[in-house]
Ligand binder design. Structure first.
Ligand code: ZN
Length: 296
């Protein structure tokens, strides 16, 4: 015991402090430096952060650049977040969804592996909302698992097992959507912004959106008139608002047409991560759609 401790007694306090600092530095390093164990995934929005958390489990640090409760389309990136992007091990992006994030990724000069969602999912036009077809999360989870394993091979089996569990839950969600929405009295639904195209395509529904792909774009009077015509023709019962955008326009339209207002959440962010996640919000969406469209 005394022999083992002796080397420390001849090390000067300054050197000892430096050594200790180095050791502590290693232990708390969750980033990309040499010898780091837990990879860091940086992404711009909740759905992709959720996939990375599910696949990585304890063996990942996930940074979502959009704070909880904030609408992610038009986020701005702070200098501190620019550093986080440059230090990332893995970056998950959906090009065109968040232009400010795209710019920082392009300019970061970091050596992160980039999972470009548009390379693993079939993209419909300029629509970034791929996660609203649950099956699109499967190739994203597989790609994230591959990149995490490349950074941290010691945890490759964990990433594979987590991805398999996640894919099973996604498959069950997809089956429940398909079963519930198979027989509905009507197939059109009215949304605030056009986030639900992938969902509509997957389950044979028709989306009537008040505004376009970007929730900040306000509908013109002529667009509103078109929506009102389409709603009347389709026999719609409900106008859906969403959680992170003002419901004013949707509520006015519903009032004018004598329709019910309900919430359909595009899962672009989670207001309370302690009580809800992608799966719980999507199941609420399914129940809301089934009620509005009178599905059996
Ligand atoms: Zn959106």
């Amino acid at each position: 015991m005394s022999a083992a401790r002796r080397p420390w007694s001849i090390v000067s306090p300054l050197v000892a402090a430096t050594l200790l600092g180095t050791l502590v530095g290693c232990g708390t390093d969750s980033g990309s430096g040499p010898g780091s164990v837990v990879p860091t995934v940086v992404t711009g929005a909740y759905p992709f952060a959720f996939v990375a958390e599910q696949v990585g489990g304890e063996a990942v640090d996930v940074v979502n650049l959009t704070p909880p409760g904030v609408e992610p389309h038009d986020i701005e990136i702070s200098p501190q977040q620019t550093v986080e992007v440059a230090d990332a091990d893995v970056i998950v992006t959906m090009p065109g969804f968040q232009p400010a994030f795209d710019d920082v990724v392009t300019q970061s000069g970091g050596d992160a592996a980039v999972v470009d969602v548009s390379n693993v999912v079939t993209i419909a036009g300029a629509d970034p909302h791929v996660w609203l077809d649950p099956t699109n999360l499967i190739p994203i989870a597989e790609a994230v698992a591959d990149q995490l394993a490349a950074v941290n091979p010691a945890a490759a089996d964990t990433y594979d097992a987590n991805a398999a569990d996640f894919i099973q839950r996604v498959t069950e969600l997809d089956r429940d959507f398909a079963d519930t929405l198979a027989t509905c009295r009507q197939d059109a639904f009215v949304t605030n912004h056009a986030a639900f195209g992938y969902l509509a395509d997957r389950y044979g529904l028709t989306q009537i959106a008040i505004s376009g792909l970007d929730p900040e774009a306000e509908a013109t009077p002529s667009q509103l008139a078109q929506v009102a015509d389409a709603v009347g023709a389709a026999g719609v019962t409900t106008v859906f608002t969403e959680t992170l955008v003002s419901p004013a326009t949707a509520e006015t339209l519903a009032e004018e047409l004598g329709l019910t207002v309900d919430t359909l959440d595009p899962v672009e962010g989670i207001t309370d991560p302690m009580t809800s996640d992608y799966f719980s919000v999507m199941r609420q969406n399914l129940a809301a759609l089934a009620a509005a469209n009178e599905c059996s």
